[in-house]
Ligand binder design. Sequence first.
Ligand code: ZN
Length: 268
Amino acid sequence: MGELWSNAYVKIGLTAVLLILLKVAADAIQERQVYRVHKGPRRARHSPLESETTLVPRYRLRDDLFSPAEASFYHVLLQTCAGWAVVLGKVNLGDLLYAPREAGEAQWAMWNRINRKHLDYVLCDRQTLRPLVAVELDDASHRLARRAERDAFVDQAMAQAGLGLVRVPVQQAYATAELGQRLRQAVLQPQAAVAAVAPALNETTVGAPVEAEPCAATVDTLAPEAPQCPRCGGQMVLRTAQRGVRAGQPFWGCENYPRCRGVREVEG
Ligand SMILES: [Zn+2]
């Protein structure tokens, strides 16, 4: 070892390693202090949880919840549908649409495709907040290939779900009378609003076999004579009313509840 230490190269090498270790330690201490400064004056530790947050970076507020163009058009929309709708912004497609149980194994993939995609605006009924029509503000980015693919998928999904989608190109000024007319028309004829842009149903995204559906634990009874849901066409299951004047009485409820609230009376 003594012989090894006498070697000048080994000496230099070990010294360098020692210096690097010192530098790493000093950086770590400094970083700790920086976070403490950001946190403000240190308070007495009240709980173990609080003491653990010392080194955790904080969340920051984004400046771009709405871009200037989106914010400007939001006010145009508010003005345009003031008498008949409220305007919601940045609505998750996964909160607006759902994949029905009849999709079977495709249900999860269908869900993945809509979750974390957002619509710029959704106009809803002022009283019930039922979605009436979706609006997308298209800027230059919509011409990019990836964006175009996303738009085509959204158009198709909306057409399938039967909710109108109106696309408006970004402009300096908007003709509110004409916009109002387009929106009202899309509410009255949702299929017409998207038919022009929506291709035929794509088998890889929708065409799941109906018989693949497993029976979930939440289903009370799936009787052989189960009727179809009047709202979505899905299977209905026999349930028992828990509350209200009909408490204890059976009724047909949709297998897609609570996403579909279709009900039927039990006959006979
Ligand atoms: Zn239903």
